[in-house]
Design a protein around this ligand. Structure first.
Ligand code: ZN
Length: 135
């Protein structure tokens, strides 16, 4: 794994959260993006070298909606960038980690992503993401 790519925060209402975090960081988000595969709308803030992703559920069955119903708003996941997501998936499976999908999915921000089950990572939802090249 290369570095923390971003930290994800689950929010009830993206618009409200965008304006609050804009005040916190002293700058607006630089983009919003719908991710149909995960049932979310996202927005991204660049804070120095770090990125923060806000996530709002777009349907009641999405993982983020379930997270919000169970735990309320807050820290949702930590994403790490990887160079070869398929190879990392094979490596982590061998190490006994539980992956939430068999194949990488198309995530926000032009990335292939996969999540590790928090049960296998001491309660932290971890996302792996690989930049899609040539887009
Ligand atoms: Zn993320």
């Amino acid at each position: 794994m290369n570095k923390i790519e971003h930290i994800g925060i689950a929010v009830q209402d993206l618009k409200t959260a965008n304006s609050l975090y804009a005040k916190l960081f002293g700058m607006p988000h630089y983009k919003t993006e719908a991710v149909p595969s995960e049932g979310v709308n996202t927005s991204f803030f660049q804070v120095g070298p770090n990125k923060i992703e806000l996530l709002e559920a777009t349907d009641a069955e999405s993982p983020v909606a379930k997270f919000l119903a169970k735990k309320g708003e807050g820290m949702h996941h930590i994403a790490f960038s990887v160079t070869d997501i398929e190879a990392e998936m094979v490596r982590l499976k061998k190490e006994g980690f539980v992956l939430l999908s068999e194949k990488p999915k198309l995530g926000a921000d032009n990335k292939l992503v996969v999540f590790l089950h928090p049960k296998s990572t001491h309660g932290v939802l971890i996302e792996l993401c690989q930049e899609i090249e040539g887009r």
